[in-house]
Design a protein around this ligand. Structure first.
Ligand SMILES: *[C@@H]1O[C@H](CO)[C@@H](O)[C@H](O)[C@H]1NC(C)=O
Ligand SMILES: *[C@@H]1O[C@H](CO)[C@@H](O)[C@H](O)[C@H]1NC(C)=O
Ligand SMILES: *[C@@H]1O[C@H](CO)[C@@H](O)[C@H](O)[C@H]1NC(C)=O
Ligand SMILES: *[C@@H]1O[C@H](CO)[C@@H](O)[C@H](O)[C@H]1NC(C)=O
Ligand SMILES: *[C@@H]1O[C@H](CO)[C@@H](O)[C@H](O)[C@H]1NC(C)=O
Length: 549
């Protein structure tokens, strides 16, 4: 009752006052640009989309398998009590070794090491205290020398050395030596599998040590190819199929939850101030080919120095208790959640597949408009309306620019009131640049629909029979498709990396990546040029669902 009264009074009083000050903004708000021209894309010469896409995909397998060359290094913490697993041929507790967050992975390795004996040891540990770690994004476990380990190399060897990709023992030793004065306990890498390099096992407690019977493993039997005697990749078998099923739980947000990252001290190679030499290295290259090879010595030293500062500045104890910074993973994900699925729905309507195309264009136009309006209607201020005679120039959308502005500011406002670290300023710019472009395109798409009389908000202007004209509907659908297609290509979010259509029962969606080889009998490969999610069928021999037809 009271609520309704208040709402009524508020509505009444805002009508009574002047319409000038409807959107008071705190004076701290300073946009990177105060230009709200709906026809000006924010897409040229910027890495904000890459920073956003990578920072919102950390610790999630799918996006990091597709864009395997990592560009981000982030400090993080593994909480006390977190279980860590290790498989080997004896019961000795090592000093420095890789441990897994998932027993499926360590058991697989246990079987590899126990192949000859028919038995192996599976050790379980628990973190004895908060472990300070550094996480490398991308498919950073991949031992192929194709760019996946470049960000590790910069610390390990002080330069990028694809030829040293299999020197895992030396790599661990070097990384730990570097990390010791910085207080680091380990390094986290991901790919299809995730693992942590633990520098000193005295930081964990042994929980159990099991001597297990084991059949020889078929999964990890192929070690990486040494330059002299190449080992051929093996096709996926039933054992790997089951492992892939288990690991699917890390494919999308939140991903591997055993590590809490501190994004306020993140280091990104997409930061153009930090690594300006990479701008030229990337120029005109598709995202899949972005890599760190080609970075100048000067930039490399700057990144290392910045990284060391970030690690030292990371507020470890407060990170452990929740941190005193913005919860960036949640903030970034909330934006992905807000738009990701709806943009995909709209895309499916405008880029119609056979079944949807059966729906007449006049109906699809209404369906699309409703979805677009659902994303922008919160930003249509009371004093906004298309100018009379607007229908004389359908492409003039200047009247809607305040909607573009309100929409962008809504994502930015909370961040602009905080005091931010240098890394957070990079994230803030990524959030602003990314949402600005989303808001621009959505507002523009919406305005075109308003011109065509599709909006209930301007009920005095709703056309009586909007889009009974099939030709006009097709034209609008096409315009929308171009605008949205460019936007989604630019955003390139990890949340869209799924099998479409979804896999059937007894099938598994996965992105082909080392150590799971793909191909056919005559040509198995560990590294595909353009890895895409696909359905794998559980049949002997294994086939891809789309190979069947
Ligand atoms: C983008 O950068 C390139 C090279 O630095 C430059 O030639 C080009 O004019 C820039 N484009 C825009 C739109 O700023
Ligand atoms: C591991 O940590 C223990 C306890 O802090 C220390 O005594 C030992 O020297 C460390 N080992 C190595 C290899 O750093
Ligand atoms: C758009 O539709 C075409 C034809 O229906 C299809 O081949 C294409 O994969 C679709 N594009 C996307 C990005 O879904
Ligand atoms: C319609 O508006 C667009 C965008 O503002 C402008 O470029 C164009 O010249 C206008 N056309 C006419 C006929 O006024
Ligand atoms: C098997 O893979 C090779 C290399 O990728 C390819 O050239 C060949 O066409 C494939 N054969 C079949 C039957 O798919």
């Amino acid at each position: 009752m009271y609520l309704w009264l208040i709402v009524f009074l508020l509505a009444f009083s805002s009508k009574g006052s002047t319409a000038v000050n409807q959107h008071p903004l705190p004076t701290v708000f300073e946009s990177v640009s105060d230009d709200w021209d709906l026809n000006k894309p924010f897409t040229a010469n910027t890495t904000v989309n890459f920073v956003f896409a990578t920072a919102s995909s950390l610790l999630q397998a799918a996006p990091n398998l597709r864009y395997r060359n990592g560009h981000t290094i982030v400090p993080g913490i593994v909480r006390p009590g977190t279980l860590l697993y290790h498989g080997r041929e004896d019961s000795i507790i090592p000093t420095t070794e890789w441990v897994a967050f998932d027993p499926e992975i360590s058991y697989g390795l246990c079987r590899v090491f126990g192949s000859l004996e028919g038995s192996c040891w599976h050790l379980t540990f628990a973190a004895a205290r908060p472990l300070r770690v550094l996480y490398f994004d991308g498919a950073s476990v991949t031992q192929l020398g194709g760019g996946e380990m470049d960000s590790q190399d910069i610390i390990t060897w002080g330069e990028i050395r694809p030829d040293l990709v299999i020197e895992e023992g030396l790599r661990i030793q070097k990384l730990c030596e570097w990390g010791k004065p910085l207080g680091l306990d380990g390094f986290v890498r991901m790919g299809t599998i995730s693992e942590m390099m633990l520098c000193n096992f005295s930081s964990v407690n042994l929980v159990s040590s099991q001597h297990l019977k084991s059949a020889p493993s078929k999964i990890f039997q192929s070690s990486p190819p040494p330059p002299t005697a190449p080992i051929k990749p093996e096709p996926i078998n039933s054992e790997s199929f089951i492992l892939l099923r288990a690991l699917d739980r890390f494919s999308q947000y939140p991903g591997v939850m055993h590590v809490q990252l501190d994004l306020s001290h993140l280091v990104s190679f997409y930061d153009e101030k930090l690594a300006p030499s990479l701008v030229a290295v990337r120029s005109d290259k598709p995202r899949l080919e972005h890599c760190l090879l080609g970075i100048t010595e000067e930039d490399l030293m700057r990144v290392r120095k910045y990284l060391e500062e970030q690690v030292l500045e990371t507020p470890w104890p407060s990170l452990e208790s929740g941190g005193n910074h913005l919860d960036w993973p949640t903030h970034l994900h909330s934006i992905v959640e807000l738009y990701g699925e709806t943009l995909e729905d709209i895309w499916n309507l405008v880029n119609s597949t056979a079944s949807l195309a059966a729906r007449p264009a006049t109906q699809r136009v209404k369906d699309v408009f409703q979805l677009v309006e659902s994303l922008v209607q919160r930003f249509v201020l009371y004093n906004v309306s298309p100018p009379s005679g607007f229908d004389k120039n359908e492409t003039d959308v200047t009247w809607a620019s305040s909607i573009f502005r309100e929409c962008t500011v809504s994502h930015y406002l909370v961040i602009s009131t905080l005091s931010l670290t240098t890394s957070e300023q990079l994230l803030r710019d990524a959030v602003e640049g990314t949402t600005r472009e989303i808001c621009r395109v959505l507002t523009k798409m919406w305005a075109y629909g308003v011109h065509d009389g599709l909006s209930e908000i301007f009920h005095d202007r709703v056309a009586e029979h909007p889009h009974e004209d099939l030709k006009k509907a097709d034209a609008l659908l096409y315009t929308w498709k171009v605008e949205l297609g460019n936007l989604m290509k630019w955003l390139d979010w990890g949340v869209w990396l799924r099998c479409r259509p979804a896999c059937k029962e007894q099938e598994q969606c996965y992105i082909p990546a080392w150590p799971f080889a793909v191909g056919n009998v005559s040509g198995m490969v560990w590294r595909e040029d353009n890895p895409q999610p696909r359905c794998l069928k559980k049949l002997e021999p294994f086939t891809y669902a789309d190979d069947e037809q």
